[in-house]
Design a protein around this ligand. Sequence first.
Ligand code: ZN
Ligand code: ZN
Ligand code: ZN
Length: 381
Amino acid sequence: MTSVTWSPVTRRAARIERVRERMGELGIDALLLSHGADLPWLTGYRAMPLERLTMLVLPQSGEPVLFVPALEAPRVADTGGLVEIRSWTDTEDPLDLVAAALSGGGHRRLALSDRAWVSTLLGLQQRLPDSSFRAASCVTAPLRSVKDDGEIATLRLAAQAADRVATALQASEIPLIGRSESDLSHEISARLIAEGHHRVNFAIVGSGPNGASPHHDAGPRIIGPGDVVVCDFGGELVVPGEQVGYCSDITRTLVVGEPEDEVSECYEVLRMAQAAGVAAARKGVAAEEVDAAARAVIAAAGHGHNFVHRTGHGIGIEEHEDPYLVSGNRTPLATGHAFSVEPGIYLPGRFGMRLEDIVVVGDDGPESLNQADSRLAVVEG
Ligand code: ZN
Ligand code: ZN
Ligand code: ZN
C-alpha cells in the first residue's frame, strides 16, 4: 500500500513547478484559472461557478495571485503561502484588476481555464487586445492526468467506498425486486454518502430494456423477475485535512432470478473484454490499445456493434478527464494514470450490461482499485 509522506502544500508546490516548466516549453506567459479542476489541483481552493470572477493568475515567473470576490475570501483556506490572495469588492471590476496584473509583465501568450465563462474570455480579449489565448488544459491536462501518491490513495478510498455499496447490492442487502429504478437510485446515493462520500455525482439504474441505454435516467420502471439491471454510480470523497475531493465510478450488472442463457453468455464475453482491457493497461502502451483490447473480445463474439462507447475515461478531481481510452488516442500510458475500464454490451429493446472498474497504471502493471465481485450477480427473483 502507498504511504503518503508529502504534505498537501508540498505536493501543490511541486505541481506549480511542473506547470511552470511546461508553460516554458509551450511558450505560455501566464496561466489564468477560474472554474474547473485545475484551480483546486494547484491551490486546494475550488471556485464556485458564480458570475463573480475568481481567477488565479500564474505567471511563468513571478508571484501567483488569486483574485477572489471579497465575500468568497473566507472560504479560501490557507494556501500555505503558495499564492497571494487579492480579494475584490462589488464596486471594483475584477477583469480590470486581472488585466492590470498581466499588462505589467508583457504577458502576451495566455492560457485560460477550459471551464471559464465566455464572458470572461471576451472581457479579457477586449482589455488585452495584443494577447493570444489558449485553453489551460494544453498545460494542465497531461500533468493532472498523472496522479501522485496522495491522489492515488484518495482514489483508492473512494473506490473502496463504492465497492461496499456494490457488494451490498450483490448480496441483496439492498433489495431490487418490486422497486422503481429511481427508488433504488436514491438508496444507492444515500449509501454512497453513508460510506464516506461527500457528494454523489450520479447513480444510474437501468433495468430490463432501459439498461440498453448506457446513461439511462433512473425512472418509474418497476424492477421485476428476469430483469438485467445496470447500476453505475459514483461520487466525490474528501479525506480529512484536505479540501479537494476525488471521484469514484463503478458499474456492476445484476440479474433478478436465474439469467437466460443469452444473458449469461453475453456477460462472460463482457467480463473477458473488461479483463483484457485492464491487462492491456501497462505503461508505454497507447491509450487506444486498452480500447482495442476490450473491443476485440466483444467483436469476436459478434457484438461489436452493440458496444457503442469508448472503453473508458480518466478520473481524478473530475469524474471524466484525461486520458480517454478511445481509438485515436495514441498517448502512451504512464505510471500514475488513473482511468475507468468499462466496456458494455447493449441489445436495444431487450437488455444492457456494463462492467466498470477504476484502474491505476503502476510500474509493474495495472492495479484495479475496485475489488467488488466482477461476476454477474444473481439476486433472488
Ligand atoms: Zn458513463
Ligand atoms: Zn460509471
Ligand atoms: Zn465511468
